[in-house]
Write a protein that binds this ligand. Structure first.
Ligand code: UDP
Length: 406
């Protein structure tokens, strides 16, 4: 296996994660393609031309190219309109591949790319590997968030014809079978990684000084896209319930999705209502590498998501030696070793988050032990390991006959 087409229709790996459509998937596609290139698999990453004037092809590093494919108007598109441009995107990718950007396999990310990948599989008779990142029926099941029917139907079709479906966690693996009837033998559990050169433990005082934080009290941290699914309101209420006037909460990220702006306004209103305006700091999305300083500055990272197929933020925090208090959902259940690297919370009660955060900030010995365990446990997640597993898997697939549509 020497060349791979990676589809990332709705969000570019070159975009800033932490707001809008940019999140874990951008990081996943960028880090994975880089690690695969390092392992000898050249990657052509295809994304929609989301802005006028973008170059057709960007050489990102040896073995990684990002293609901007015209599909729909050359500018930002509402997520609801993206399904309508899948056909154009598919044609654009097909043309590039036939023009000489060879691909031996297609790896599609998210359902929109899955739909494109499914068509390309049949056009080119190539194996299809799918990573969904989030799934409509899981969101409905875990978070009562309802996506248009079209999405779940398309996901089911793509799952039915993917030669391999990648699950990031055991939870997602089970959900694929339970909610989509996926064939268990075609699901491979391949967790993402973390860049340990960027995300490593460091001095808390120095990190706070770099960030210009004058606080000496406990610092709670929330990182990620702001939308109802991420439960930022729970983090704010947890700060309130902690009952420590010297404690602060930093929120790094920006609004995302159709409800993002309303959610941010709602949370800001909550901050005022609870009298926390001088103790909650909203920070614009940060370049990925810069985040390490925020994780190091914090005593606890809160991840109160309603649903999370993996949870890169929890892994990055752990890699920086910051204990995580997270919702007991999805990949977070595997990432956090309850009582050792942080705590898992069932349900959404802010006082439970506050109690666990309070245990950590009130007990320096426990905090130090958790910090060491969190960093040590994160060592099992590396992009080079993820890439090595995928490289073998791609090679096996190239030698097998294609799964037939069902
Ligand atoms: N992120 C970032 N800058 C920010 C906020 C977030 O680079 O200001 C990155 C973060 O480091 C993580 C990703 O966005 O890698 C979020 O991934 P996660 O799996 O936690 O959530 P998702 O966005 O996939 O729902």
């Amino acid at each position: 296996m020497r060349s791979l087409a990676i589809l990332s229709l709705h969000t570019s790996p070159l975009a800033q994660p932490g707001a809008g459509d940019g999140g874990g998937m951008n990081v996943y596609v960028r880090e994975l393609s880089s690690a695969l290139a390092g392992a000898g698999v050249a990657c052509d990453v295809y994304t929609r031309a989301w802005h006028p004037g973008l170059p057709d092809v960007v050489d990102v590093e040896p073995g990684v190219r990002v293609h901007h494919v015209a599909a729909g108007p050359p500018g930002p598109l509402d997520k609801h309109d993206l399904p309508d441009v899948v056909g154009d995107f598919t044609k654009g990718v097909l043309t590039r591949i036939l023009d000489g950007y060879d691909a031996e396999l297609i790896h599609a990310n998210y359902w929109l790319s899955g739909a494109a990948g499914h068509s390309l599989k049949h056009e080119l008779e190539l194996p299809l590997v799918s990573t969904f990142h989030t799934l409509a029926r899981v969101k409905a099941d875990e978070a009562a968030e309802h996506e248009p029917d079209r999405r779940a139907r398309t996901e089911a079709e793509v799952i039915g014809c993917s030669d391999v479906i990648l699950a990031s966690s055991a939870e997602e693996q089970a959900q694929l079978v339970r909610l989509y009837g996926a064939a268990p033998e075609r699901i491979e559990l391949v967790p993402p990684g973390v860049d340990h050169d960027l995300f490593a433990p460091g001095g808390r005082g120095a990190a706070r000084a770099v960030l210009g934080l004058d606080t000496h009290g406990p610092l709670l941290l929330f990182v990620g896209r702001i939308q109802p699914l991420k439960g930022l309101d729970v983090a704010v209420r947890a700060l309130h319930a902690l009952g420590r006037p010297d404690a602060r909460l930093a929120v790094v990220g920006g609004p995302s999705g159709p409800d993002g702006a309303t959610e941010l306004a709602r949370v800001r209103g909550l901050v005022d209502e609870l009298g926390l305006a001088d103790r909650v700091r909203f920070v614009a999305p940060q370049p990925h590498g810069r985040l390490a300083v925020w994780y190091r500055a914090a005593d606890v990272c809160l991840v109160p998501s309603r649903s999370e197929s993996f949870g890169l933020v929890a892994l990055e925090a752990a890699a920086c030696g910051t204990p995580v208090v997270a919702a007991a959902v999805g990949g977070l259940r595997t990432l956090v070793d309850h009582g050792h690297t942080g705590f898992l919370v069932d349900g959404r009660d802010p006082s439970a988050y506050a109690a666990y955060a309070g245990e950590i900030v009130g007990n320096p010995v426990l905090a130090a032990e958790m910090s060491i365990s969190a960093a040590a446990r994160s060592g099992r997640y590396r992009w080079s390991i993820t890439a090595a597993r995928l490289r073998r898997l791609y090679a096996d697939l190239a030698a097998r006959s294609l799964v037939e549509c069902r």
